[in-house]
Design a protein around this ligand. Structure first.
Ligand code: SF4
Length: 455
C-alpha cells in the first residue's frame, strides 16, 4: 500500500441532489484513487470508488483524432457560430461556474440552452412559474419536520441519506427522538424499498395523483369530495381524511416529490396541484414542499439559468432576448424536430437515453462534447473534450436540492481541464466571431444578459 495517503475532510459527494458535504475521503495520491469514503451511502461509496482517470485519453479530439486544445476550441467556436440553431444541453453534473459560461455562450450565439431538468423535473419548473412554492432548507426539515411525506419517489434507493441525515431517522432541535417524533408517509403507485421506512403507505392508482391531490385540497377545507373517489384514486375516503387531518394538525410538514409525480399523466398539472395543496395548508400550519432532485448540480443548473434568463430550462435567444417554451426549445424537441443544426453537450450523455429521432439528428449534425469519460454521445462527437470530474478533481460551487450553495473540495488534481476552463475559452472565441455573424447591433443585444452571466 502506498504511503502517500491524504485525508480530505468535509468533501462533497456530487452523486445525487443531497450533495452530502460531510465526506471524509482517504486518497492514495500515488495511484490517484479514493480508497475510502467515510459517511457516504452505498451510492456515494460507488461514486468515489469507481472514479479513475484514464490519462491515455486525449484532452481534445476532432473526428476521433487527437488535436491540441486550442484547435478543438477554435473548431467548437466555429461550429457554434456558423450554425443557425445551435443548442447547448446537459449541465446538471458540472459546477455552477461552468453553467454560467454555458449560458453566456448560448446568449452570445443567439442559441438555445437547456438542461437535464427538461427530462426530469421540467414540469415542476413550469409549476414554480405558475404557482410558486413554499420552500425550506434541509436543515429546517431535520430540526422541525414532524410530518414527512414522500410522493412519487423512492429515496431509499435514489437519495439514501435523505432519510438518515435530514428527514427521517435523524434527531433535530425540535425533533429530539428522531423517527419516533415523526410520522412518515409514502404515496406511490407500488411498494418500494422506501415502504418499510414509512408509518403510512398509501398506494394511489397509476396516473391518478392529480385526482388524489385535488381531493385532499377539498378535504382540508372541509369541502365534500365525490363518493366514488376510492374507485378513481384507489385510496379510501377514510385514508384521505386521515392524511388531510394529519397535514392540518402537524407542527411542520414537508412533502418531497419525485418523478413518479412529474413524469406521469398530468405532469406540470400534478406538480402545480401539489404546490397549491401546500399553499392551502399554510392557512393551518407551516408546510413546505421540495422536489427531490437527482443529479448532483441539477439544482444549480436551474438556479443559474433562472437568475440569468428568468426561466429555468429550455431557453432560446434567437431574437436576442430569452424566450421559454418547453416543447419547442427543449432538447428532445429541438433535435427530434430537426431544428438543431449544431449541439454542445456538457456532462451529459443524451445519446444513451434520448428518443430515436433525437439521436438520429445528433448523428446528422456537428456535436461537441465535454465529459470526463468516453460516452455514447462523445463517441459520435465531431469535437470531444475530456474534462476533469467536479467535486473530485475540480473545485467550484454546486447547489443542494434545497437551493443551498456548497463549495467543493477536490481530492486530487487531474491532468484534464475543468468544464469551466474549456467553456470560458469557447465563449471568448465565440465573442470574437459573433460580430461577423450578427453585426454590431445584434452583438449589443447579445451582450445584455451576458454581462451578467460572465464571471
Ligand atoms: S445521499 Fe447522495 S450525495 Fe449523499 S452520499 Fe449518498 S449518493 Fe452521495
Amino acid at each position: 500500500m502506498s504511503e502517500n495517503i491524504k485525508t480530505v475532510k468535509n468533501a462533497t459527494c456530487t452523486f445525487c441532489g443531497c450533495v452530502c458535504d460531510d465526506m471524509e475521503l482517504t486518497v492514495d495520491m500515488d495511484k490517484h484513487i479514493i480508497t475510502k469514503a467515510k459517511k457516504a451511502c452505498i451510492l456515494g461509496r460507488a461514486w468515489f470508488a469507481e472514479h479513475t482517470i484514464d490519462e491515455t485519453r486525449p484532452v481534445a479530439m476532432i473526428d476521433g483524432k487527437e488535436v491540441s486544445v486550442e484547435a478543438a476550441i477554435e473548431e467548437a467556436a466555429q461550429v457554434l457560430t456558423k450554425a443557425k440553431f445551435p443548442i447547448i444541453y446537459g449541465l446538471s453534473d458540472t459546477t455552477s461556474e461552468a453553467q454560467q459560461q454555458a449560458v453566456a455562450i448560448a446568449d452570445y450565439m443567439h442559441g438555445t440552452v437547456d438542461t437535464t431538468t427538461s427530462v426530469c423535473h421540467g414540469p415542476t419548473g413550469m409549476a414554480f412559474q405558475n404557482v410558486g412554492d413554499s420552500t425550506m432548507t434541509l436543515g429546517e426539515v431535520k430540526n422541525r419536520a414532524d410530518l414527512v411525506i414522500f410522493w412519487g419517489g423512492n429515496p431509499a434507493e435514489a437519495h439514501p441519506r435523505l432519510f438518515t441525515r435530514y428527514a427521517v431517522t435523524t434527531k433535530g432541535m425540535f425533533i429530539p427522538k428522531g423517527k419516533k417524533d415523526r410520522t412518515v408517509v409514502l404515496v406511490d403507485v407500488r411498494k418500494t424499498a422506501s415502504s418499510p421506512v414509512s408509518n403510512i403507505n398509501i398506494q394511489v392508482k397509476p396516473g391518478k395523483d392529480f385526482e388524489m391531490i385535488w381531493a385532499l385540497r377539498a378535504l382540508i377545507k372541509d369541502k365534500p369530495v365525490r363518493s366514488d373517489i376510492e374507485d378513481i384514486t384507489g385510496v379510501s375516503i377514510e385514508a384521505l381524511h386521515d392524511l388531510a387531518e394529519r397535514m392540518k394538525n402537524c407542527r411542520y410538514g414537508v412533502i418531497f416529490f419525485g418523478m413518479g409525480l412529474t413524469m406521469t399523466r398530468g405532469r406540470h398539472f400534478n406538480s402545480g396541484a401539489l404546490l397549491s395543496l401546500v399553499t392551502d395548508l399554510n392557512e393551518f400550519t407551516h408546510f413546505v414542499v421540495k422536489p427531490a432532485r437527482g443529479h448532483g448540480n441539477v439544482t444549480g443548473a436551474d438556479n443559474v439559468v433562472s437568475w440569468t434568463t428568468g426561466y429555468p430550462f429550455g431557453v432560446n435567444f434567437n431574437l436576442g432576448y430569452p424566450r421559454f417554451n418547453p416543447g419547442e426549445f427543449t432538447t428532445v424537441d429541438t433535435l427530434s424536430n430537426g431544428d438543431a443544426d449544431a449541439a454542445m453537450f456538457i456532462a451529459s450523455d443524451p445519446a444513451s437515453n434520448f428518443p430515436k429521432a433525437a439521436i438520429e439528428q445528433m448523428k446528422r449534425i456537428p456535436v461537441i462534447t465535454l465529459d470526463p469519460k468516453q460516452t455514447v454521445t462523445s463517441s459520435l462527437a465531431h469535437v470531444a473534450f475530456t474534462t476533469s470530474t467536479y467535486g473530485i478533481n475540480t473545485t467550484g460551487t454546486v447547489y443542494r436540492m434545497d437551493d443551498v450553495p456548497i463549495t467543493l473540495r477536490k481530492a486530487y488534481d487531474s491532468p484534464f481541464p475543468s468544464d469551466e476552463e474549456i467553456l470560458k475559452a469557447i465563449k471568448e472565441r465565440v465573442q470574437e466571431l459573433i460580430p461577423t455573424k450578427y453585426g454590431t447591433n445584434n452583438l449589443n443585444n447579445a451582450t445584455t444578459l451576458t454581462s451578467q452571466t460572465s464571471l
